[in-house]
Each structure stands twice: as C-alpha cells, then as structure tokens.
Design a protein around this ligand. Structure first.
Ligand code: FE2
Length: 159
C-alpha cells in the first residue's frame, strides 16, 4: 500500500518540480518505488495462496496499522493516533505551500488523499483475490472490517 502510494506521489513530485535536479531525483525515486511495489506484489502472489486462514485477520489489522503509520508520510498524520501538537498540521501545510511556491512540488491535500485512497483500493483488489478482509478506512471513505485496537506493537511490523 505504501509502495503504491509512494510510486504515485514521487512521480507527481517529479512532474511538478521546477528544478531539473528535483525532476530527475524524484523520477528516479518514483521508479525505485515502482520496483518495491513489484517486489511486494510478487511476494504476495507467491505467499498468499499458501496462507493459513487464521493469519488473514493479522493482515487486516496490519493494513489498518499501515494506514495509521504511513499516513504521516503519504497523507497527513491522524491526530487521534499520533501524539502531535495542535498546530502540527497547519504548520506542515504552510511549509508545504512555501515549498510548492518555490518550485519543490508537493501534492495538495485533496490530491494526496486521492492517491492514498486509490493505493488502498488497488491493494484491496489484490487482497480480495485471496479472501483477506480489508479494514475500514473511514478517513478516505473506504468501508470494511472495523479495526479499533491498534497500538504501537502493531505498528512495528509495518516497518
Ligand atoms: Fe519503497
């Protein structure tokens, strides 16, 4: 899920950057993220058909944990999970606007949200093939299994 979203966001950053060095750097990073995505897809195709039914709920929980953790990088950090000061998100948005105006492209809130949502729906399509339930991600309008008991121990395997 992270690799899909990262590949998308870095390609957008390459396309929107004004400086040639950033265009090239983000194009290369985007290509690299695309490779990570292909590796993850291959591993899922290799291993998921052999997965024991009892392990499916762990994957559902890890997807929810992945959403909470990776949102901080690929979207915006969920305030109810991350221990952040109240002005964190406004300050982050302001910093991004300054970077954008200087030619260092960062997608806007709605575009990031759409990237994140489509990365999750893309992964959901893969998990559906193996009958692995997808968690509800109400933050981006995705319905599914309610997962509400994520703590830091669930985040560690997401790394
Ligand atoms: Fe990656």
């Amino acid at each position: 899920m992270g690799e899909i979203a990262a590949a998308t966001i870095f390609h957008q950053m390459a396309a929107g950057a004004k400086e040639p060095v950033y265009q090239a750097a983000f194009r290369n990073i985007g290509r690299d993220e695309g490779r990570h995505m292909a590796i993850c897809m291959s591993l899922m195709e290799r291993d998921y058909p052999k997965l024991d039914v009892s392990e499916r709920s762990l994957i559902t929980k890890q997807i929810r944990a992945g959403y909470l953790f990776l949102s901080a990088v690929l979207f915006e950090p969920p305030m109810e999970f991350w221990d952040l000061p109240e002005d964190f998100i406004p300050a982050q948005r302001e910093g991004e606007a300054i970077a954008r105006a200087a030619g260092f492209f960062i997608p806007e809130y709605e575009q990031k949200k759409e990237n994140w949502r489509s990365a999750m729906l893309n992964l959901k399509g893969v998990l559906d093939r193996y009958n692995i339930p997808f968690p509800a991600i109400p933050e981006v309008g995705i319905t599914g299994e309610e997962i509400s008991d994520i703590d830091m121990d669930d985040i560690i395997p997401v790394f």
